[in-house]
Design a protein around this ligand. Structure first.
Ligand SMILES: Cc1cc2nc3c(=O)[nH]c(=O)nc-3n(C[C@H](O)[C@H](O)[C@H](O)COP(=O)(O)OP(=O)(O)OC[C@H]3O[C@@H](n4cnc5c(N)ncnc54)[C@H](O)[C@@H]3O)c2cc1C
Length: 370
């Protein structure tokens, strides 16, 4: 309730891909960067809480809603350019540009670079926030620069990717609200060629060896096809896509702990079953070059093997795992956020009991918690 005791009445659920969450006090749609800056500055001057929303595809909003103003970024400019010093082409997009519209525009203009990230919902401005990634490419691989509004000083400035602490589904912009991304810029490949195809399933689909590059349009078409098969392209008629995408990140296990964790998983699933695991890069929090490499496990596989199959718990449940992918928790049309969180807790606790591995949520929670 606000201090004037006015009930919250501006519906937020329809602004999220989960279609969940209570109302806000007000929703303001900003059609350009100037209105984003002026609106947020005016709200900050009044100490009004602000919720920045792009496509609402990584947001879980509590049933009580948000006691403040939701600012929807709807800026829409896309500009291609080429750097005098670098000689390389790039694209600059306003934060409100639909991400997949940007990918499509670059491919249609004859550029490669962004195609493996085709079909990811949401707006361009949110992509550095959690270092969006899919099919072997992440934003960190192609990001040129990010323009942010610093809400403390009111200044706009361009920051380089090295300042953003980009990591696996995270950056130092996530879980804070003092910086708002108003524009993003990405490097482009001028030869119509994709990024190297690192993801085996995608390489097989386009008929190349991992590491090869292909026509960007062909890679985009293949990625969209694969994503549709997993319910990972938004479709209002398909409840399997009423989700926040992957609900949990793939767990990263310290190299030192990995043998014991793998042994515990094998004891449960059987020694003859291959456990999907990948090197996760240098060990976090260590400067020791000889430290064992951390491993990344597949959250979807762990969920399935812990007993939560596709469509869990049942066909008539208001919240289910997607029938196409165990990593997506979906609203079947009449759910509440609390029901979603109840299933998320059951899955998280079930995986912990079965394998001793803690799953961490990927979306941002507003006025609710797991
Ligand atoms: C079907 C489906 C598939 C998905 N697949 C993938 C995938 O393959 N890979 C992947 O990485 N993600 C995936 N996602 C998650 C999601 O699409 C991405 O995280 C996306 O970048 C979120 O963008 P958004 O505009 O919807 O952000 P929102 O949900 O609107 O916002 C998410 C958070 O970022 C903040 N935020 C939004 N815009 C800005 C901004 N301009 N400046 C500062 N903060 C901001 C919000 O306040 C909020 O805290 C998927 C989601 C769905 C529903």
């Amino acid at each position: 309730m606000t201090d004037t005791q006015t009930p919250l009445s501006a519906p937020l659920a329809e602004l999220t891909t989960l279609r969940l969450g209570g109302p806000a006090r007000e929703i303001v749609r900003c059609p350009d960067t100037r209105s984003i800056v002026e609106t947020i500055q005016e709200l900050d001057e009044r100490s009004e809480p602000v919720l920045v929303i792009g496509g609402g595809s990584n947001l879980v909003i509590g049933d009580a809603g948000f006691d403040g103003t939701a600012v929807v970024l709807a800026s829409s400019r896309i500009e291609f350019g080429s750097g005098r010093e670098s000689g390389r082409s790039h694209v600059v997009a306003d934060a409100g540009v639909g991400w997949d519209d940007l990918v499509a525009a670059t491919v249609e203009a004859g550029f490669g670079g962004l195609e493996c990230l085709s079909g990811i919902p949401g707006a361009a401005g949110a992509t550095p926030v959690q270092n969006v990634g899919a099919y072997g490419v992440e934003v960190a691989d192609i990001l040129r620069s990010v323009q942010v509004l610093d809400r403390r000083s009111g200044n706009l400035r361009w920051v380089s990717p090295t300042e953003l602490g980009l990591g696996y589904r995270t950056s130092n912009l996530k879980h804070r609200n003092d910086f708002v991304v108003v524009a993003v810029s990405f490097w482009l490949n001028e030869d119509r060629a994709s990024q190297p195809i690192r993801y085996r399933e995608l390489a097989t689909t386009v008929g190349v060896e991992p590491g090869d590059r292909v026509d960007a349009a062909a890679a985009r078409a293949a990625v969209l096809g694969l994503r549709r098969g997993k319910g990972m392209v938004l479709d209002a008629d398909d409840f399997d896509t009423w989700s926040a995408g992957s609900f949990f990140t793939n767990p990263i296990v310290d190299g030192g702990d990995a043998p014991a964790v793998l042994e515990r998983i094998a004891a449960r699933v059987g020694a003859d079953v291959a456990i999907p695991s990948y090197p996760a890069g240098p060990q976090p929090n260590t400067s020791d070059a000889d430290a064992p490499t951390a491993i990344k496990l597949s959250a979807g596989w762990l969920i399935e093997r812990a007993g939560f199959g596709r469509g869990y718990p049942s066909a008539d449940a208001p919240v289910r795992l997607s029938t196409k992918h165990t990593l997506a928790l979906t609203n079947r049309g009449s759910a509440t956020t609390e029901q979603l969180l109840t299933l998320a807790r059951e899955v998280r606790d079930g995986v912990l009991d079965a394998f001793g591995v803690t799953l961490r949520p990927e979306p941002v929670f507003v006025n609710c918690a797991l």
